[in-house]
Design a protein around this ligand. Sequence first.
Ligand SMILES: Cc1ncc(COP(=O)(O)O)c(C=O)c1O
Length: 418
Amino acid sequence: MGPGPISVDPRVLRAMAAPLVGQFDPFMTATMNEVMALYRDVFATGNEQTFLVDGTARAGIEAALVSLIEPGDRVLVPVFGRFGHLLTEIAGRCGAEVHTIEVPWGEVFTADRVADAVRRVRPKVLALVQGDTSTTMCQPLAEIGAICAEHDVLFYCDATASLGGNEFRTDAWGLDVVTAGLQKCLGGPSGSAPVTLSPRAVAVVEGRRHVEAGLREPDDEAADEETAGRVIASNYFDLAMVMDYWGPRRLNHHTEATSMLYAARECARLLLAEGMDAAVARHARHGAAMLAGVRGLGLGVFGDTAHKMNNVVAVEIPEKLGPAGGDAVRASLLEDFGIEIGTSFGPLHSKVWRIGTMGYNARKDAVLTTLAALEHALRAVGVAVPAGGGVTAAQESYRDADRAADGLAHGAPDGVLA
Ligand SMILES: Cc1ncc(COP(=O)(O)O)c(C=O)c1O
């Protein structure tokens, strides 16, 4: 029940046990095409270039940024947590002139604040995290795409922690490149990074396309001469090459990680069978119950909860416990109850625990069991908590959600419950 990785859906584990085939086997290439189509629906995009980068979510981020950014390009990163700092660091390694704006941890940016910075910096790329697990905040994105389009800025988003559990619309929100990972709301293991690129982003990456010596054919020599852009600094993360491998030409690049391909396919199939909106609603339902439950135990919650991701909550560690007491509670949950919750980074280290309700763990039994165990673990270290306070508050949250859904189903006027 941490902020990811989460318990992998058993159906995904089963899919990963399927026999392996060679990388140009017709089953393999058909599966790759199927995965491209599935992730278009997951990302809510019509982008042809929607595929997997092999590696954890960070591999997707590196591939996106190193393929878009040439040394000296201006990049703007609004930082509202640890992963904004990661985008800053990776863009810097790509040789970008990086500009940052920051809000305190626990807050998000207004669209106006981002727009002002875009006008001032005039970046080639705006790189923004949607859900930053370090703070649990979910940055609203819907108005930012228009700002980028107006100023001819490429809009990149890291949706690793939020995709599948919070509303996400690549095309409707004007995003150019989005990357993710499987180990959060998608319910899979870490090790595969779904990505999508708009035609505008593809044109930028294609402008830097080169074919490796040894694979080159006569037409490639001519095409390479036309490519004015600087060669992408990484071979493994060269998205032009990765697109050639996933595209009809199937130009050899890395050896696609077959078991991860199966995992990614199963994650998407399960989500789409449920329905993306239904999956988001499930995360909202169980996230709200967990939030109510920790409050019912008398615990404080960090940050602006109006902008909290559905799938994770940052719970303030009671001050009297101190860092050692906070660790003792986590250890008791793990050792006595087999439940893992997360610690925190940087300024929040030892101040909050992060409890996730995502992917396969966005379930009522998981929420209630965690709250019951947390109550015991807190009492064991001398924190006075209301008996049954967590489970009762969570149950109430579920009942409220059910009543609201019933009201909607029976056509009650807005705001009036049946
Ligand atoms: C928002 C965000 N971006 C990137 C990452 C890095 O993912 P990975 O560890 O899969 O490389 C994480 C992991 O927690 C994350 O939450």
